[in-house]
Each structure stands twice: as C-alpha cells, then as structure tokens.
Write a protein that binds this ligand. Structure first.
Ligand SMILES: Nc1nc2c(ncn2[C@@H]2O[C@H](COP(=O)(O)OP(=O)(O)OP(=O)(O)O)[C@@H](O)[C@H]2O)c(=O)[nH]1
Length: 369
C-alpha cells in the first residue's frame, strides 16, 4: 500500500510544474504574435496593429518577470498563488485585446483571429491542467476583454455571433481539462507516495544492514563484520605485501564482575571497554566484538614493535582507570602479525594462543605469537 501523502506536497509539486511549463511556453508566445501580425498586416490600420503588439509585448514582459521572480524564490505555493494569478489574467487580456484592436469589418480576418484565440486557449489548457483555477482566469479575462472590445466596434452584432461560440468552446475545454487535471494530480500523488516508500525502504534496509553488522550491546562491529574486514585486510596484505596485526583482547576475571556486581554492571563494563579501546585506535583500525568478553582489533599497516606498542597502549588504557564505579579491570592481549601464507583461521588461532599465554603468565599483559 502506498505511503500516505500530504496534499500540500502534491499541490506544491503541481504548482512548481505549472510555473516551469508556463515559463517555457511564454517563450514561444512571440510566434503567435508574428502569425497575428502577418494576418493583419494589410487588413488592419498600422497604428492599431502596433498598439496591440505593444500591449502584448508589455504584458509578456510582466508575465516573464513575475514567473522568473516566483521561480527564483522557490515556487512556494502559499506565497505565490496570487502573483501567479496575474499571469493568466494578463495573458487573457493581451490575447482578448485582439477584439478591440484588430477585429473589424473583414469577416474572414475575424474568423481567422477567432480561430487563433481558440488555438491560444487550447495551447494554454495543458499548462494549467494541475491548477485549473488559473486556466479559468485566463479564459475569463480573454472572453471578457474580447466581449468589451467587440461591443465597442462599429459592428457589435458580431459579438452576438462570436462570443457564445467562444464561450461554449472555452467551457468544453475547461470541462475536459478539469477531468484530465484530476488524473494528473492523482499521478503526482502516486509518484510522491512511491518516492516516499522508496526512501523508507532504503532507510529500513540501511538500518537492517547496520543491525546485522553491529553488536547490539557495545555498538562495535560484530563477528560477521570482523570476518569481512579480516578478509579484506588479508587480500590487501597478499596483493601489496603490506602486513597488518590482529590483537585478541580478553578481559581478565570478567566472570567475577558478573558474579559480584550483577550482569547489568557487566554489560556496562563491556560497553565502557569498547569505548575505551576505540578511543585509542586510528580511524583505519577496527575493533570488533569477537564474542562474550573477547574482542579483536585489526591494526591496519602495523607490524612488529609498532604493533606491540599499540597493544601495550590499549592494555594500559584499560588498566589505568576503572571501567565503571569501582570496577577496576585489566585485559590480556595476544598479538599475531600477518605473515605470507596466513589465512584468517591461522591468524586468529595464533592471536588466541598468544592471548591464552598472556593469561597463563598472570594476565594484564601483552604477548606476541
Ligand atoms: N554481562 C555480560 N557478561 C557476559 C557477556 N558475554 C559473556 N559474558 C560473561 O563473561 C564471563 C566470561 O568468563 P570466563 O570465560 O570464565 O572468563 P573470565 O572470568 O574473564 O576469566 P579469564 O578470561 O580467565 O580472565 C562469563 O561469566 C560470561 O557469562 C555479556 O554480554 N554481558
């Protein structure tokens, strides 16, 4: 089932689409004027034709300016619904002004200009399909300007012929466009719901992947992540002969913490230990929970004395300050540095044996295997 969508978002998208398409279409308007000028060139007095062209040019520039301003400010529907209303009204007035300025005694010219007005209404209809009130404004302004103009011509009787026909045409166009507009809005709604669902799914997937790779108690990478990181380190070491070191860390006498202070304190100590160790590592190193109170650290690009120094630093960081109120604890560390031919099992076994030797030797120490 699609995610619920906010109607305001749908309106905002529709509004932005409407403004963008409107701007593009306005740029082609001069082609329409050129057609009108060509038709009227010899039949209409030059001053009337130039007057109409001057009017549409001014109206056109204002429309372009308004739309550029609206787009510049981010097409916010709440702020720009009214200024945008001015655009179709201006357009309607400019085209409707063909009546008073250009229509007159020549019946063929009148019919041609009437056809052009129908064309203008038809071309503009899809632009406003998602904001039909704008289209009603355009049609209303066009029709009223034309009517006022025609009534003032020497032959107002023509108005009785032209205006009802045009009104019927505009009404039919508006009716059908309204239906299409509702379907387009539904499409936008579905598209938005789809996008939201996709985002939710990818977020859920990312959260699941994170969960699957993370130890729930300490937030450290878990055994699965360690296996992956170790495989990558081994591949890098094989390819570039770049050694790295694996440390096996095991808290000393941790069972006693659980037994004397309870499991909750034991858990808190494990978390504090994880933070303490992580705080000592470079971003390129990795500390993972291997299981229980055992942890593994991968020291990338580190071997020999440097690895022993790093392990000592970790051991001291744990031993030097309690890991919780009154919980002084130490850690035993086994070191295994990669040698050619080592695989994950061999490396882990060597580090484990070294850590076991550290336990045997009295704990709270570092031993290299
Ligand atoms: N609170 C808590 N305890 C855990 C968790 N995982 C393992 N343990 C405990 O860790 C303890 C490990 O005990 P042992 O294996 O005997 O080791 P130890 O007491 O640390 O002794 P040495 O390793 O020999 O120094 C057990 O009591 C486990 O129950 C955990 O997630 N939370």
């Amino acid at each position: 089932m699609p995610a619920p969508t906010d109607d305001a978002d749908v309106q905002r998208i529709a509004f932005a689409q409407c403004v963008a398409v409107q701007q593009r279409t306005l740029l082609t308007a001069p082609l329409g004027w050129a057609l009108v000028a060509w038709l009227c060139w010899s039949a209409v007095p030059r001053d009337r034709l130039l007057g109409w062209l001057a009017l549409v040019l001014c109206g056109w520039l204002v429309c372009l300016l308004l739309i550029a301003l609206i787009r510049h400010q981010g097409a916010d529907i709440a702020r720009h619904a009214r200024p945008l209303l001015a655009v179709p009204v201006l357009e309607g007035v400019c085209w409707g002004a063909m009546g008073p300025c250009l229509m007159g005694g020549d019946a063929i010219l009148n019919v041609s200009l009437g056809a052009i007005l129908c064309g203008v209404a038809a071309i503009n209809a899809p632009l406003y399909v998602v904001r039909m009130q704008l289209y009603f404004c355009l049609c209303g302004a066009l029709w009223l300007t034309l009517l006022t103009g025609l009534l003032r011509t020497p032959a107002p009787a023509q108005a009785h012929l032209v205006m009802p026909g045009l009104a019927l045409f505009l009404a039919l166009l508006s009716f059908y466009m309204h239906g299409i507009g509702q379907r387009v809005m539904e499409g936008i709604r579905l598209q938005l719901a789809n996008t939201r669902l996709t985002v939710q799914l990818s977020e859920a997937l990312a959260a699941m992947e994170h969960q699957a790779a993370t130890d729930a108690l300490t937030g450290l990478p878990n055994r699965r992540s360690l296996d992956r990181a170790l495989a990558a380190q081994l591949a890098l070491a094989e390819r570039e002969h770049r050694p790295f070191t694996l440390l096996m860390l095991d808290l000393d006498h941790f069972k006693a913490v659980n037994d004397t202070r309870g499991h909750a304190v034991g858990d808190a100590v494990l978390k504090a230990f994880a933070q303490r160790v992580q705080g000592q590592l470079r971003p390129s190193d990795l500390c993972a929970r291997y299981g229980g109170e055992e942890f593994v650290v991968l020291l990338s690009g580190t071997a020999g004395l440097l690895a022993i120094d790093a392990a000592e630093r970790l051991r001291r960081a744990v031993a030097d300050a309690p890991l919780g109120p009154g919980v002084a604890i130490t850690v035993s560390v086994g070191i295994a540095t990669w040698q050619a031919g080592d695989d994950a099992t061999a490396l882990l076994a060597r580090a484990d044996a070294a850590m076991y030797a550290a336990k045997q030797a009295g704990r709270n120490r570092v031993i290299a295997g």
